[in-house]
Design a protein. Structure first.
Length: 418
Protein backbone atom coordinates (compact mmCIF):
# COMPACT_ATOMS: atom_id res chain seq x y z
CA UNK A 1 0.00 0.00 0.00
CA UNK A 2 1.30 3.47 -0.89
CA UNK A 3 1.77 5.62 2.16
CA UNK A 4 0.89 9.35 2.14
CA UNK A 5 3.78 11.73 1.67
CA UNK A 6 5.37 13.24 4.75
CA UNK A 7 6.99 16.67 4.96
CA UNK A 8 9.21 16.81 8.02
CA UNK A 9 10.15 20.39 9.09
CA UNK A 10 13.52 19.04 10.26
CA UNK A 11 14.51 18.39 6.61
CA UNK A 12 14.50 22.09 5.60
CA UNK A 13 18.02 23.52 5.64
CA UNK A 14 18.57 26.84 7.36
CA UNK A 15 20.11 29.73 5.36
CA UNK A 16 23.57 29.31 6.94
CA UNK A 17 23.76 25.60 6.14
CA UNK A 18 22.49 26.19 2.61
CA UNK A 19 25.04 28.94 1.94
CA UNK A 20 27.93 26.77 3.15
CA UNK A 21 26.87 23.85 0.96
CA UNK A 22 26.50 26.16 -2.06
CA UNK A 23 30.19 27.06 -1.70
CA UNK A 24 31.42 23.46 -1.94
CA UNK A 25 28.66 21.57 -3.77
CA UNK A 26 28.19 21.02 -7.50
CA UNK A 27 24.93 22.23 -9.09
CA UNK A 28 23.26 19.77 -11.47
CA UNK A 29 19.86 19.67 -13.21
CA UNK A 30 17.97 16.42 -13.93
CA UNK A 31 14.79 15.78 -15.94
CA UNK A 32 11.66 14.22 -14.40
CA UNK A 33 11.80 10.47 -13.54
CA UNK A 34 15.58 10.53 -13.03
CA UNK A 35 16.83 8.03 -10.43
CA UNK A 36 19.13 9.85 -7.97
CA UNK A 37 19.63 7.12 -5.34
CA UNK A 38 18.79 3.43 -5.39
CA UNK A 39 17.77 1.40 -2.33
CA UNK A 40 20.45 -1.15 -1.43
CA UNK A 41 23.27 0.58 -3.34
CA UNK A 42 26.34 1.96 -1.55
CA UNK A 43 26.68 5.57 -2.68
CA UNK A 44 28.60 8.54 -1.35
CA UNK A 45 26.69 11.64 -2.46
CA UNK A 46 24.69 14.07 -0.35
CA UNK A 47 21.96 16.07 -2.12
CA UNK A 48 20.22 19.39 -1.48
CA UNK A 49 17.23 20.32 -3.65
CA UNK A 50 17.52 23.81 -5.15
CA UNK A 51 14.36 23.53 -7.27
CA UNK A 52 11.86 20.88 -8.29
CA UNK A 53 10.54 17.88 -6.33
CA UNK A 54 11.62 14.31 -5.63
CA UNK A 55 9.83 11.26 -4.24
CA UNK A 56 11.25 8.91 -1.58
CA UNK A 57 10.22 5.27 -2.08
CA UNK A 58 11.11 2.14 -0.11
CA UNK A 59 10.66 -1.47 -1.21
CA UNK A 60 9.42 -3.54 1.75
CA UNK A 61 10.49 -7.12 2.42
CA UNK A 62 7.24 -8.43 0.90
CA UNK A 63 7.98 -6.56 -2.35
CA UNK A 64 5.44 -3.82 -1.73
CA UNK A 65 6.49 -0.31 -2.75
CA UNK A 66 5.90 2.37 -0.12
CA UNK A 67 6.10 6.12 -0.65
CA UNK A 68 7.81 7.62 2.41
CA UNK A 69 7.91 11.29 1.49
CA UNK A 70 8.05 13.97 -1.18
CA UNK A 71 10.79 16.57 -0.86
CA UNK A 72 11.11 20.06 -2.30
CA UNK A 73 13.48 23.06 -2.35
CA UNK A 74 15.80 23.50 0.70
CA UNK A 75 15.36 19.86 1.67
CA UNK A 76 18.17 17.33 1.65
CA UNK A 77 18.78 13.59 1.46
CA UNK A 78 21.60 11.07 1.27
CA UNK A 79 23.58 12.11 4.37
CA UNK A 80 23.26 8.74 6.15
CA UNK A 81 25.30 6.98 3.47
CA UNK A 82 28.07 9.57 3.94
CA UNK A 83 28.32 8.85 7.66
CA UNK A 84 28.22 5.06 7.77
CA UNK A 85 29.00 3.92 4.18
CA UNK A 86 26.09 1.51 4.24
CA UNK A 87 23.53 0.83 1.49
CA UNK A 88 20.80 3.37 0.82
CA UNK A 89 17.62 2.76 2.79
CA UNK A 90 15.35 4.14 0.06
CA UNK A 91 15.13 4.99 -3.64
CA UNK A 92 14.76 8.66 -4.63
CA UNK A 93 13.81 9.95 -8.08
CA UNK A 94 12.75 13.29 -9.52
CA UNK A 95 9.04 14.05 -9.95
CA UNK A 96 9.72 17.16 -12.03
CA UNK A 97 12.78 18.70 -13.61
CA UNK A 98 14.96 19.32 -10.56
CA UNK A 99 18.16 21.17 -9.78
CA UNK A 100 20.28 19.78 -6.93
CA UNK A 101 23.48 20.61 -5.10
CA UNK A 102 25.68 17.52 -4.84
CA UNK A 103 28.43 17.05 -2.26
CA UNK A 104 30.85 14.10 -2.11
CA UNK A 105 31.81 12.15 1.01
CA UNK A 106 35.25 13.78 1.15
CA UNK A 107 33.73 17.26 0.92
CA UNK A 108 31.17 16.31 3.57
CA UNK A 109 33.78 15.09 6.08
CA UNK A 110 35.91 18.20 5.51
CA UNK A 111 32.82 20.34 6.14
CA UNK A 112 32.11 18.53 9.43
CA UNK A 113 35.59 19.38 10.69
CA UNK A 114 35.19 23.09 9.97
CA UNK A 115 31.52 23.70 10.77
CA UNK A 116 30.35 21.93 13.98
CA UNK A 117 26.90 23.59 13.79
CA UNK A 118 26.35 21.98 10.40
CA UNK A 119 27.45 18.66 11.89
CA UNK A 120 24.75 18.99 14.57
CA UNK A 121 22.13 19.90 11.95
CA UNK A 122 23.04 16.88 9.79
CA UNK A 123 22.97 14.67 12.91
CA UNK A 124 19.41 15.75 13.71
CA UNK A 125 18.47 15.24 10.06
CA UNK A 126 19.72 11.63 10.28
CA UNK A 127 17.70 11.08 13.45
CA UNK A 128 14.60 12.56 11.80
CA UNK A 129 15.01 10.03 8.97
CA UNK A 130 15.39 7.18 11.45
CA UNK A 131 12.27 8.26 13.35
CA UNK A 132 10.24 8.44 10.13
CA UNK A 133 11.44 5.00 8.98
CA UNK A 134 10.73 3.66 12.46
CA UNK A 135 7.13 4.89 12.23
CA UNK A 136 6.73 3.23 8.82
CA UNK A 137 8.14 -0.02 10.21
CA UNK A 138 5.72 0.11 13.13
CA UNK A 139 2.82 0.62 10.72
CA UNK A 140 4.03 -2.39 8.70
CA UNK A 141 4.04 -4.53 11.83
CA UNK A 142 0.54 -3.42 12.74
CA UNK A 143 -0.81 -4.34 9.31
CA UNK A 144 0.90 -7.73 9.40
CA UNK A 145 -0.49 -8.36 12.86
CA UNK A 146 -4.02 -7.69 11.55
CA UNK A 147 -3.49 -10.18 8.74
CA UNK A 148 -2.16 -12.71 11.22
CA UNK A 149 -5.24 -12.28 13.39
CA UNK A 150 -7.50 -12.90 10.39
CA UNK A 151 -5.52 -15.99 9.38
CA UNK A 152 -6.42 -17.86 12.54
CA UNK A 153 -5.56 -21.20 10.97
CA UNK A 154 -1.90 -20.21 10.96
CA UNK A 155 -1.90 -20.54 14.74
CA UNK A 156 1.61 -21.89 15.00
CA UNK A 157 3.09 -18.86 13.24
CA UNK A 158 1.07 -16.53 15.47
CA UNK A 159 2.33 -18.30 18.57
CA UNK A 160 5.93 -17.92 17.43
CA UNK A 161 5.38 -14.18 16.95
CA UNK A 162 3.90 -13.96 20.45
CA UNK A 163 6.85 -15.78 21.98
CA UNK A 164 9.28 -13.48 20.21
CA UNK A 165 7.35 -10.42 21.36
CA UNK A 166 7.49 -11.58 24.96
CA UNK A 167 11.20 -12.24 24.65
CA UNK A 168 11.79 -8.72 23.33
CA UNK A 169 9.63 -7.22 26.06
CA UNK A 170 11.64 -9.08 28.69
CA UNK A 171 14.85 -7.90 27.07
CA UNK A 172 13.59 -4.31 27.19
CA UNK A 173 12.65 -4.71 30.86
CA UNK A 174 16.16 -5.93 31.67
CA UNK A 175 17.71 -3.05 29.69
CA UNK A 176 15.45 -0.56 31.47
CA UNK A 177 16.56 -1.95 34.82
CA UNK A 178 20.18 -1.59 33.72
CA UNK A 179 19.55 2.03 32.75
CA UNK A 180 17.91 2.81 36.10
CA UNK A 181 20.89 1.30 37.90
CA UNK A 182 23.29 3.44 35.85
CA UNK A 183 21.56 6.74 36.58
CA UNK A 184 22.27 8.26 40.00
CA UNK A 185 19.59 7.54 42.60
CA UNK A 186 20.37 10.89 44.24
CA UNK A 187 22.59 13.80 43.25
CA UNK A 188 25.15 15.28 45.64
CA UNK A 189 24.18 18.37 47.62
CA UNK A 190 26.44 21.02 49.11
CA UNK A 191 25.93 24.14 51.18
CA UNK A 192 26.82 26.29 48.18
CA UNK A 193 25.36 24.23 45.31
CA UNK A 194 22.26 22.12 44.65
CA UNK A 195 21.64 19.74 41.73
CA UNK A 196 18.26 18.50 40.44
CA UNK A 197 17.44 16.16 37.56
CA UNK A 198 14.53 14.88 35.50
CA UNK A 199 14.44 12.06 32.91
CA UNK A 200 11.48 10.54 31.05
CA UNK A 201 12.53 8.08 28.30
CA UNK A 202 10.39 7.99 25.15
CA UNK A 203 10.50 4.17 25.21
CA UNK A 204 11.30 1.58 27.86
CA UNK A 205 14.97 2.50 27.48
CA UNK A 206 16.32 5.84 26.30
CA UNK A 207 19.72 7.06 25.26
CA UNK A 208 20.09 10.03 27.61
CA UNK A 209 22.62 10.06 30.43
CA UNK A 210 23.35 12.52 33.23
CA UNK A 211 25.40 12.45 36.40
CA UNK A 212 27.01 14.74 38.98
CA UNK A 213 30.00 13.39 40.86
CA UNK A 214 32.54 14.93 43.27
CA UNK A 215 36.09 14.56 41.99
CA UNK A 216 37.76 15.82 45.16
CA UNK A 217 36.89 18.16 48.04
CA UNK A 218 36.72 21.22 45.75
CA UNK A 219 35.77 20.00 42.26
CA UNK A 220 32.60 18.40 40.92
CA UNK A 221 32.14 16.70 37.52
CA UNK A 222 28.87 17.45 35.69
CA UNK A 223 27.76 15.40 32.67
CA UNK A 224 24.78 15.23 30.33
CA UNK A 225 24.99 13.11 27.19
CA UNK A 226 22.77 11.61 24.52
CA UNK A 227 23.34 8.34 22.68
CA UNK A 228 21.96 8.56 19.13
CA UNK A 229 19.99 5.35 19.45
CA UNK A 230 17.17 3.87 21.51
CA UNK A 231 16.38 0.63 23.30
CA UNK A 232 18.90 -2.01 24.34
CA UNK A 233 21.66 -0.65 22.09
CA UNK A 234 21.38 2.76 23.70
CA UNK A 235 21.55 1.29 27.20
CA UNK A 236 24.72 -0.62 26.32
CA UNK A 237 26.51 2.38 24.81
CA UNK A 238 25.20 4.53 27.64
CA UNK A 239 26.89 2.20 30.15
CA UNK A 240 30.17 2.31 28.21
CA UNK A 241 30.07 6.11 27.90
CA UNK A 242 29.30 6.70 31.58
CA UNK A 243 32.13 4.41 32.66
CA UNK A 244 34.60 6.11 30.33
CA UNK A 245 33.72 9.63 31.49
CA UNK A 246 34.15 9.00 35.19
CA UNK A 247 37.16 6.79 34.69
CA UNK A 248 38.85 9.73 32.98
CA UNK A 249 37.41 12.38 35.35
CA UNK A 250 39.65 11.23 38.21
CA UNK A 251 42.71 11.52 35.97
CA UNK A 252 42.29 15.12 34.85
CA UNK A 253 40.48 18.30 35.85
CA UNK A 254 40.55 19.42 32.21
CA UNK A 255 37.17 18.72 30.54
CA UNK A 256 38.83 18.81 27.12
CA UNK A 257 41.32 16.11 28.05
CA UNK A 258 38.54 13.97 29.52
CA UNK A 259 36.32 14.29 26.45
CA UNK A 260 39.21 13.60 24.07
CA UNK A 261 39.97 10.42 26.02
CA UNK A 262 36.34 9.30 25.90
CA UNK A 263 36.16 9.99 22.16
CA UNK A 264 39.34 7.99 21.52
CA UNK A 265 38.07 5.10 23.60
CA UNK A 266 34.76 5.00 21.72
CA UNK A 267 36.63 5.02 18.42
CA UNK A 268 38.86 2.18 19.60
CA UNK A 269 35.79 0.07 20.38
CA UNK A 270 34.79 0.08 16.76
CA UNK A 271 35.67 3.30 14.97
CA UNK A 272 32.08 4.46 14.95
CA UNK A 273 30.77 0.97 14.17
CA UNK A 274 30.36 -0.64 17.58
CA UNK A 275 30.23 -4.16 16.22
CA UNK A 276 30.70 -5.69 19.64
CA UNK A 277 27.37 -4.14 20.60
CA UNK A 278 25.65 -4.71 17.25
CA UNK A 279 25.03 -1.05 16.48
CA UNK A 280 26.15 2.11 14.74
CA UNK A 281 25.88 5.02 17.14
CA UNK A 282 27.50 8.20 18.37
CA UNK A 283 27.30 10.36 21.48
CA UNK A 284 26.69 14.06 22.08
CA UNK A 285 27.83 15.43 25.42
CA UNK A 286 28.27 18.46 27.65
CA UNK A 287 30.94 17.86 30.29
CA UNK A 288 32.03 20.38 32.94
CA UNK A 289 34.13 20.64 36.07
CA UNK A 290 32.83 23.01 38.76
CA UNK A 291 35.32 24.45 41.22
CA UNK A 292 33.08 25.16 44.20
CA UNK A 293 35.24 27.63 46.15
CA UNK A 294 35.66 29.97 43.15
CA UNK A 295 32.45 29.20 41.25
CA UNK A 296 34.46 28.64 38.07
CA UNK A 297 32.75 26.23 35.68
CA UNK A 298 35.05 24.89 32.95
CA UNK A 299 33.26 22.98 30.21
CA UNK A 300 33.35 21.39 26.78
CA UNK A 301 30.36 21.13 24.45
CA UNK A 302 30.42 18.20 21.99
CA UNK A 303 27.29 18.76 19.84
CA UNK A 304 25.02 18.72 22.91
CA UNK A 305 22.35 21.42 23.12
CA UNK A 306 23.62 24.69 24.63
CA UNK A 307 22.84 24.95 28.38
CA UNK A 308 20.89 28.01 29.52
CA UNK A 309 22.41 30.26 32.19
CA UNK A 310 20.33 32.64 34.30
CA UNK A 311 22.28 35.12 36.39
CA UNK A 312 20.51 36.89 39.22
CA UNK A 313 18.06 39.40 37.75
CA UNK A 314 18.97 38.56 34.13
CA UNK A 315 17.34 36.68 31.27
CA UNK A 316 18.44 33.17 30.21
CA UNK A 317 21.34 33.06 27.78
CA UNK A 318 22.88 30.02 26.05
CA UNK A 319 26.49 29.09 26.78
CA UNK A 320 28.96 29.46 23.94
CA UNK A 321 31.08 26.66 22.55
CA UNK A 322 31.14 24.30 19.56
CA UNK A 323 32.26 20.75 19.05
CA UNK A 324 31.41 17.64 17.07
CA UNK A 325 29.77 14.49 18.44
CA UNK A 326 31.90 11.69 19.91
CA UNK A 327 32.75 8.16 18.87
CA UNK A 328 32.30 8.21 15.10
CA UNK A 329 34.73 10.37 13.09
CA UNK A 330 38.40 10.92 13.93
CA UNK A 331 39.99 14.38 14.00
CA UNK A 332 37.87 15.83 16.79
CA UNK A 333 38.66 19.43 17.81
CA UNK A 334 37.30 20.88 21.06
CA UNK A 335 37.68 24.10 23.02
CA UNK A 336 37.33 24.67 26.76
CA UNK A 337 35.18 27.55 27.97
CA UNK A 338 34.69 29.05 31.42
CA UNK A 339 31.98 30.94 33.25
CA UNK A 340 31.86 32.16 36.84
CA UNK A 341 28.76 31.08 38.75
CA UNK A 342 27.63 33.55 41.39
CA UNK A 343 25.21 32.92 44.29
CA UNK A 344 21.67 32.97 42.92
CA UNK A 345 22.68 31.75 39.43
CA UNK A 346 20.85 28.86 37.75
CA UNK A 347 22.22 26.67 34.93
CA UNK A 348 19.93 24.33 32.95
CA UNK A 349 21.41 21.42 30.99
CA UNK A 350 18.98 19.56 28.71
CA UNK A 351 18.75 17.06 25.86
CA UNK A 352 17.41 17.83 22.39
CA UNK A 353 14.31 15.86 23.37
CA UNK A 354 13.21 18.94 25.34
CA UNK A 355 13.23 21.47 22.50
CA UNK A 356 12.26 18.88 19.86
CA UNK A 357 9.01 17.90 21.60
CA UNK A 358 6.20 18.19 19.02
CA UNK A 359 2.62 19.26 19.65
CA UNK A 360 -0.51 18.13 17.79
CA UNK A 361 0.15 20.76 15.10
CA UNK A 362 3.65 19.32 14.44
CA UNK A 363 5.33 22.39 15.94
CA UNK A 364 8.49 21.98 18.03
CA UNK A 365 8.68 23.32 21.58
CA UNK A 366 11.87 25.20 20.74
CA UNK A 367 14.51 27.12 22.67
CA UNK A 368 12.50 30.33 23.10
CA UNK A 369 9.64 28.54 24.89
CA UNK A 370 12.19 26.75 27.05
CA UNK A 371 13.84 30.08 27.97
CA UNK A 372 10.49 31.53 29.03
CA UNK A 373 9.57 28.45 31.08
CA UNK A 374 13.01 28.36 32.69
CA UNK A 375 12.85 32.00 33.73
CA UNK A 376 9.37 31.50 35.19
CA UNK A 377 10.51 28.35 37.00
CA UNK A 378 13.37 30.09 38.85
CA UNK A 379 10.88 31.49 41.35
CA UNK A 380 9.65 28.00 42.26
CA UNK A 381 10.76 26.34 45.49
CA UNK A 382 13.81 24.06 45.49
CA UNK A 383 13.26 20.85 43.58
CA UNK A 384 10.16 22.09 41.74
CA UNK A 385 11.82 24.11 38.98
CA UNK A 386 12.18 21.16 36.61
CA UNK A 387 8.66 19.93 37.31
CA UNK A 388 7.40 23.41 36.39
CA UNK A 389 9.17 23.16 33.01
CA UNK A 390 7.90 19.61 32.44
CA UNK A 391 4.33 20.74 33.11
CA UNK A 392 4.75 23.58 30.62
CA UNK A 393 6.01 21.12 27.97
CA UNK A 394 3.17 18.66 28.66
CA UNK A 395 0.53 21.40 28.44
CA UNK A 396 1.98 22.63 25.16
CA UNK A 397 2.37 19.12 23.64
CA UNK A 398 -1.21 18.09 24.41
CA UNK A 399 -2.04 14.59 23.18
CA UNK A 400 0.94 14.33 20.83
CA UNK A 401 3.22 11.37 21.74
CA UNK A 402 6.80 11.83 22.93
CA UNK A 403 9.26 10.57 20.30
CA UNK A 404 12.46 11.38 22.19
CA UNK A 405 13.78 11.31 25.74
CA UNK A 406 13.07 14.29 27.99
CA UNK A 407 16.13 14.96 30.15
CA UNK A 408 17.15 17.99 32.23
CA UNK A 409 19.79 18.74 34.86
CA UNK A 410 19.63 21.91 36.97
CA UNK A 411 22.64 23.47 38.74
CA UNK A 412 21.85 26.06 41.42
CA UNK A 413 24.40 28.32 43.10
CA UNK A 414 22.94 28.94 46.57
CA UNK A 415 22.66 32.48 47.86
CA UNK A 416 23.26 31.91 51.59
CA UNK A 417 22.95 35.60 52.43
CA UNK A 418 19.17 35.60 51.93
Amino acid sequence: MIQPSVEDPATFLDPHTLSVIRQVGMMKTYPADTLLTRQGEIEDTFYVLDSGNVIVVRLAEDGEEQMLATLGPRQSFGEMALIDDKPRLATIKTLTESTVLEMTADQFRDLLRHDPDLALHITRRVLANLRRLDQVAIQDLREKNDLLHQAYLELQAAQLVLVEKKRLEREMELAAEMQRNLLPAALPSFEDYRFYSYLAPARHVGGDLFDVRPIDEENVAILIADVADKGVHAALLMAVTRTLFFQEAVRSLSPREVVYAVHSALLSIGGGNLEGYGMDAFVTAFYAVLNRPSGKLTYVRAAQDRPLWIRAGARPEPLEGNGRFLGMIDGLELQEHQIMLQPGDNLLLYSDGVTDQMNEADESYGVERLKAAFQAAVGESDGNQLLFIVKDIDNWRGRAPAFDDLTMLLVQAIDRSS
